[in-house]
Ligand binder design. Structure first.
Ligand code: C5P
Length: 325
């Protein structure tokens, strides 16, 4: 079981205010820049329309949560790294299953920064992966946002939030959110951001099945509703910090499509319902589902109940987290 309360992560005590980008947890390390990249969950996700460019028009309420990947950025002159003639990108990662090649969104983010800045310096990146992949938690997008922010700082580019969001949108629909986190109402394909302040810190338990889901595949299976659900009530509940009402208003249009592709999503969702939290939902395009709890004690006992039934739940991983603020 993972506890996102550990070491005061939730309150961001390590934010180095001398750094120009104040949207992620950043710290100068002895060797370079360290960035803590949070996961996110969607408390509401409605699909409004299919667009001619293949994307879908969305309305979604997202909050960052206290489950973090860590990235360390350093100057790199290694000749073993891959890269173009000018600069090298050497990505090392604790998760052997993850590609560290040019297809990794982190490496693509480095190329975006090189192109936009004209800089060709080599960079070394160490990634400590804790956020499950293909799980609806936007770990890859958060890592990409952290890379833009980290290089902005390492190379002293002086880009503002607006520029970082613009570059982030080129990399993925969820990337710009991380420059507006902790919480936001997002529209368009997810890249139009309206920051929102949660009325209270939310206690959540995430449960991630061992099987991930492809975002594109889930979107392919979605039915665009004739009468989309309004987000007015959940925005109001979120701003007021009314957990009971938030629980009632949780909604994700992608969940039926994800459940068809991955029955574990439906099984875990049913298990959460039986444990009686304020609400439960799948996040993003899955496969993680979460329980919205009334307080930290409830989150802890719910997580204990889930971990004690771990074998029954097919080896799903459990994370106790809080919304970032
Ligand atoms: O932008 P991103 O790379 O995160 O999107 C992954 C895939 O998810 C897209 O290629 C698209 O098929 C689908 N998607 C969508 N509508 C969105 C966001 C993503 O159809 N708003």
């Amino acid at each position: 079981m993972y506890f996102g309360y550990a070491a005061g992560l939730v309150n961001h005590p390590w934010t180095d205010t001398s750094l120009p980008v104040n949207l992620m947890l950043m710290q100068r390390s002895a060797r370079g820049i360290c960035v803590w990249a949070p996961a996110k969950v969607n408390l509401f996700l409605e699909v409004l329309a299919r667009r001619p460019d293949g994307y879908h028009e969305l309305a979604t309420l997202m909050t960052a949560v206290s489950l973090y990947d860590t990235l360390e950025f350093t100057e790199e002159r290694s000749s073993t790294a891959f890269g173009n003639e000018e600069g090298v990108t050497a990505l090392r990662c604790n998760a052997p299953s993850l590609s560290t090649g040019p297809d990794n969104l982190i490496c693509r983010a480095v190329e975006v920064v090189r192109r936009a800045s004209g800089r060709s310096d080599g960079v070394g990146i160490r990634l400590w992966k804790r956020i499950p992949v293909a799980a609806g938690l936007a770990g890859g997008s958060s890592d990409a946002a952290a890379t833009l922010a980290g290089l902005n700082s390492l190379w002293r580019l002086g880009w503002d939030r607006c520029k970082l969001m613009q570059l982030g949108a080129e990399l993925g629909s969820d990337v710009p959110f991380f420059f507006a986190a902790p919480a936001a109402w997002c529209t368009g394909r997810g890249e139009q951001i309206e920051p929102l302040r949660l009325g209270r810190t939310l206690d959540l338990v995430l449960i991630t099945p061992p099987v991930g889901l492809s975002t594109a595949e889930v979107f392919r299976g979605v039915t665009v509703p004739n009468e989309p659900r309004s987000g007015a009530a959940i925005r109001q509940a979120a701003a007021a910090g009314d957990v009971k009402e938030l629980g009632r208003q949780l909604h994700n249009r992608l969940q039926p499509a994800a459940e068809r592709l991955c029955p574990a999503v439906a099984d875990l969702f049913a298990r959460l319902v039986s444990l009686g939290p304020a609400g439960q939902l799948m996040t993003g395009s899955g496969s993680t589902v979460f329980a919205l709890c009334r307080n930290p004690g409830e989150a802890l006992s719910l997580a204990r109940a889930l971990t004690s039934a771990r074998d029954e739940l097919g080896g799903a991983r459990v994370f106790v987290v809080r919304s970032c603020h």
